[in-house]
Structure formats: structure tokens, C-alpha cells
Design a protein around this ligand. Structure first.
Ligand code: SAH
Length: 262
């Protein structure tokens, strides 16, 4: 089972940022399960990081892939954001957007939607704010005890990881260990904000199929508690992707807080 799970080598070789973005983050094809999923995530993130929500100085986003939607709300609440991913091409895609390269993905519809939620019409300013707040893009591997090695950052106020742990962890034991690895990046009392697709065993990026850890909501909750967090919010949505791309049974959004003591 673990032998057939697509691991880091497959991500490095076959995960195409362009195919991923075109499939899951394009608003061009009109309303679809994928656009609903982005909107739902942005609404959740707005509640988490918006007025009265979590704030602090440093936030580390783990398994960013080639996407920036996940930090649009957070850049109003944190002054120093780190993006990170395992693959060179995903990190390069992020840099392209940060540098405003001509070939960078166009996030305009997503920026506009995130701004609408904030009652702000200045989406270009938001893009600039995010560019100024992202201080570094690092390599990461959630399966390492120090996921950002060889870099070591001061413990952060918040760790964010959306839709990545189920791709990176080949077993429930690996997922449970990876959550402890993420915990090591956080200050005691710091927040873990995560989303995970439930009961899905693979998804498509272009013509390549990637494995997912088939996991239930109860297993996710147990793993987070056992990794030293208290769960502050858990939202289980029935949102699904197009069945042909990634047939899942909903998605789970969680806000958890690292316990200070044992
Ligand atoms: N967070 C983004 C991307 C999710 S796609 C989003 O919300 O859309 C899953 C990502 O996990 C890919 O970018 C892949 O490169 C990354 N990944 C795979 N294995 C990993 C590992 N061991 N450590 C960190 N990231 C990994």
C-alpha cells in the first residue's frame, strides 16, 4: 500500500503547477464544484483571520503548492508570512507571482472574491500587500522532524496547511507524525489552521494521478488532539470536487491551538 503511494519523487517529477492551477483554481470555465470549493475556503479563511480572528506576527504556510489564495486573508493579520512546498516547480510558480512575471498565474478573480468578503474593492492593493508580507519561499517536507530543514525559523504564531497533508502522508501513522512535525514549528499557544479532503484515495493533475491518504473526520480529530492541540473550531462541509478529478466525501476545516503543557 505504502509502496504504491505517490511520494516526493513523483511530486518533483510529475506535479505540474500549471495543470493544477488550471484544474482547481481557474474561474474561467464558469461555476463548477472547484470554484465553489475555492469560495468556501476563502469564506472560512476570512472568518478565521478576519476581524476578531487570529492574529500575530509570523505565519508559516506548509505545502503551499503553486497557490496564494490561502494567505489572502492572513496577510491582513500577520506581518511575516513564509510560503513553502516540496517541489522546485511549485516554489518557482510562487516566485513568478511574487515577481509579477508575465507568465504568472492570474489570481484576479480570487483576489476580487477575497476582497469582496472584506468589503474592500482595492484588489490590486491587496496583491501588493501580500507580496510585501511574504518574506520567503522555502523548501519543506512535512515528513521530516524539522520540516523546513536546513532552514530553522523562530517558532511561529500560526501554521497553515490546506489540502496538503493528505497528499504528503502515506499512512495514518505518517499523518499523525507529520502533525507533530508541524507542531514543532509553532509557539505554545500558537494556532494550526488546516483543511483536509475526507475519504479520497487519489486526485488528478493533468494526466497524472496522485495518491491521497484515505482518512475520516474522526481520525483527523483524534490525530490533532494526540499531536498536542486543542480543537477550537471544526467545520465539516459536504463540498466535493468533480467526481472525475477527485471523488471525495467532503472536506474538513480545523482551527486548533497548540497546548502549552503536556
Ligand atoms: N496548499 C495548496 C496545494 C495543495 S496540493 C492548495 O491548497 O491548493 C498538495 C501539495 O503538497 C503539492 O504542492 C505538493 O508538492 C505538496 N507536497 C507533497 N508532498 C509533500 C511533503 N512531503 N511535504 C510538503 N509538501 C508536500
Amino acid at each position: 500500500m505504502e509502496g504504491s503511494f505517490t511520494g516526493p519523487d513523483e511530486y518533483q517529477k510529475y506535479f505540474s503547477p500549471k495543470d493544477y492551477l488550471d484544474t482547481y483554481y481557474s474561474f474561467e470555465h464558469g461555476p463548477s464544484p472547484e470554484t465553489e470549493m475555492i469560495k468556501f475556503s476563502l469564506q472560512f479563511l476570512h472568518k478565521v483571520f478576519g476581524p476578531g480572528g487570529i492574529r500575530g506576527e509570523t505565519l508559516i504556510d506548509v505545502g503551499s503548492g503553486p497557490t496564494i489564495y490561502q494567505v489572502l486573508a492572513a496577510c491582513e493579520a500577520f506581518s511575516d508570512i513564509t510560503l513553502s512546498d516540496f517541489t522546485d516547480r511549485n516554489r518557482e510558480e510562487l516566485q513568478k507571482w511574487l515577481r509579477k512575471d508575465a507568465g504568472a498565474f492570474d489570481w484576479t478573480p480570487v483576489l476580487k472574491f477575497a476582497c469582496e468578503l472584506e468589503g474592500n474593492s482595492h484588489w490590486q492593493e491587496k496583491a501588493e500587500k501580500l507580496r510585501a508580507t511574504v518574506k520567503r519561499v522555502l523548501k519543506c517536507d512535512v515528513n521530516l522532524g524539522k520540516p523546513l530543514a536546513p532552514v530553522e525559523l523562530p517558532a511561529a504564531d500560526c501554521v497553515l496547511t490546506l489540502l496538503a497533508m493528505e497528499c504528503a502522508c502515506c499512512s495514518l501513522a505518517a499523518y499523525r507524525a507529520a502533525l507533530c512535525n508541524l507542531g514543532s514549528l509553532l509557539k505554545p499557544g500558537g494556532h494550526l489552521v488546516t483543511s483536509i479532503t475526507l475519504q479520497i484515495s487519489s486526485y488528478m493533475v493533468g494526466k497524472h494521478q496522485f495518491s491521497c491518504l484515505y482518512i475520516t473526520k474522526e481520525e483527523v480529530e483524534r490525530a490533532i488532539l494526540d499531536a498536542g492541540f486543542d480543537i477550537e473550531q471544526l467545520l465539516h462541509s459536504e463540498q466535493s470536487y468533480s467526481a472525475t478529478i477527485a471523488p471525495n466525501k467532503g472536506i474538513c476545516f480545523i482551527v486548533a491551538r497548540k497546548r502549552s503543557g503536556p
